[in-house]
Design a protein. Structure first.
Lengths: 114, 114
């Protein structure tokens, strides 16, 4: 089992460029999440999905879009990158709902927007 | 609302010292509580969890007790090692805003010196 994988690991963009971050999980999890991590702020939820074909907004969704066309993949898109989106992005997955269930995290993508 | 407050870091200790990282929470209902650890350059991984009051979670020599009366979930270890150097996140799992979510504290960086 690879668990949760993320592509790419690092990326540098110029303001206004677009990109897609890919998250893949091989654990047959229903729920998937995208977070951003900024210094001193913990992790903040961007978008999440409760199953194939579904997406929903989290705490900080502005400037991002997501898609979950296949159960194992969850894509995060930036249509027009801004310096405020410089961050480390983490994908996570969870088997089912239930606040007691742990989330499994990917290794992260470090994005810099110049 | 739901929130998590952790002690600010960094925490710097000598090897074999006793560790406490304080975590308090505010929540409606009965959340689950988690400690995640993030080693340098990696994603978060679950360290331990507790799902109801008075539960004690433990793993790798770390432990934390779910104290409903003081709304706390402090992380402790009797003798830290250099390999414990990492960032530790306290989190609560709750149903809020229409979905099951994890709410993270800001993280506490631990540095252990030989």
């Amino acid at each position: 089992n690879a668990g949760v994988t993320q592509t790419p690991k690092f990326r540098v963009l110029k303001t206004g460029q677009s990109m897609t971050l890919l998250c893949a999980q091989d654990m047959n999890h229903e729920y998937m999440y995208w977070y951003r991590q900024d210094p001193g702020m913990g992790l903040r939820l961007i978008h999440y999905s409760v199953g194939e074909g579904t997406t929903a907004k989290g705490e900080v969704p502005d400037g991002y879009n997501v898609s979950r066309l296949k159960k194992q993949n969850f894509l995060l898109g930036l249509e027009s990158a801004a310096p405020s989106q410089t961050s480390v992005y983490f994908c996570a997955s969870r088997l089912t709902s239930g606040s007691y269930n742990e989330q499994f995290f990917g290794p992260g993508t470090r994005l810099t927007v110049l | 609302g739901n929130s998590v407050t952790q002690m600010e870091g960094p925490v710097t200790l000598s090897e074999e010292a006793f560790l406490t990282i304080n975590c308090t929470y505010t929540a409606t209902g009965y959340p689950s509580l988690f400690w995640y650890v993030q080693y340098p350059g990696e994603g978060l991984q679950l360290l331990l969890k507790a799902t109801k009051a008075d539960d004690k979670g433990s793993n790798k020599g770390f432990e934390a007790t779910y104290r409903k009366e003081t709304t706390s979930f402090h992380l402790e270890k009797g003798s830290v090692q250099v390999s414990d150097s990492a960032v530790y996140f306290c989190a609560l799992g709750a149903f809020s805003g229409g979905y099951n979510k994890l709410i993270f504290g800001a993280g506490t960086r631990l540095a252990v010196h030989p």
